[in-house]
Design a protein. Structure first.
Length: 256
């Protein structure tokens, strides 16, 4: 009898253990905070060994606008530094936009300017040289290496207004710009009165300031009444704000 009772108690104990609910440990509900990562600084520009050996120096440090100013010190919020590029912001409808060309603080007479650039869809910009501040606009003194979306620009373009041209003066019929959004390489050579435009490794325009041909072309252009257009012997290098988005990098210069 005692033996049977012992077995019964043992069996009841085993059944009780087998039916007990297993408790799952409570999950840790403490939120994991996302890691805060500081934005990466714009990469500093560096000259290649070949450019340094050739005598180039940087005009843009890829981090700040040191060495640059706005035309006639006009108020502007249209230029900044983005991912190591000198960036012209697009015009924004519905808010006040303060626009101005940006140009070098220093002035240059004879030089080779090298730079990479890309333009936005339907965009328009340019690089001018020997710009002075005696006029209301920089383009009234400085000839312009034209940069534009040849295919998508919404206005009608003359041959003298396509990429690579000396704007409204000389055509660049053999210029081959990269598609919109891709980087192009350009060089602008100014030595005395002789000027050359280079695009993606090819010379696309050359002309002589003040020559008989120059004067003839000027008389037929929109610069006919601009008395000091292309006459300055020294001046600023100017990057145009045409209300369109554009990017520039690897901006370097060699004086001649």
């Amino acid at each position: 009898m005692i033996q049977r009772m012992t077995y019964a108690c043992l069996l009841a104990s085993l059944l009780a253990c087998s039916t007990k609910k297993t408790e799952t440990p409570a999950a840790d509900t403490t939120a994991t905070k996302p890691e805060v990562v500081a934005p990466a600084a714009s990469p500093a520009a560096q000259l290649s060994e070949a450019d340094a050996a050739a005598g180039y120096k940087l005009l843009f440090d890829a981090q700040t606008l040191t060495g640059w100013k706005y035309f006639k010190d006009k108020p502007s919020d249209s230029w900044d530094v983005v991912d190591g590029t000198l960036h012209c912001k697009p015009f924004v409808d519905g808010r006040e936009n303060q626009r101005a060309d940006i140009m070098t603080v220093d002035e240059y007479a004879n030089f080779e300017l090298a730079f990479d650039w890309k333009i936005s869809a339907q965009g328009n910009s340019g690089v001018m040289f020997r710009v002075t501040e005696e006029n209301d606009q920089p383009y009234l003194s400085g000839p312009e290496f034209q940069l534009i979306d040849n295919e998508g620009y919404p206005g009608d373009l003359k041959p003298e207004q396509f990429t690579g041209a000396n704007y409204d003066m000389h055509t660049a019929p053999d210029a081959k710009p990269k598609p919109v959004g891709e980087w192009n390489e350009s060089r602008l050579v100014v030595n005395g009165n002789h000027v050359e435009h280079w695009l993606n490794g090819a010379k696309v325009v050359e002309y002589e300031l003040g020559s008989a041909d120059w004067k003839k072309r000027k008389a037929k252009s929109k610069w006919n009444d601009a008395k000091n257009y292309g006459t300055a012997k020294t001046g600023h290098i100017d990057f145009q704000d045409h209300n369109h988005e554009a990017w520039f990098r690897n901006i370097r210069i060699k004086t001649l």
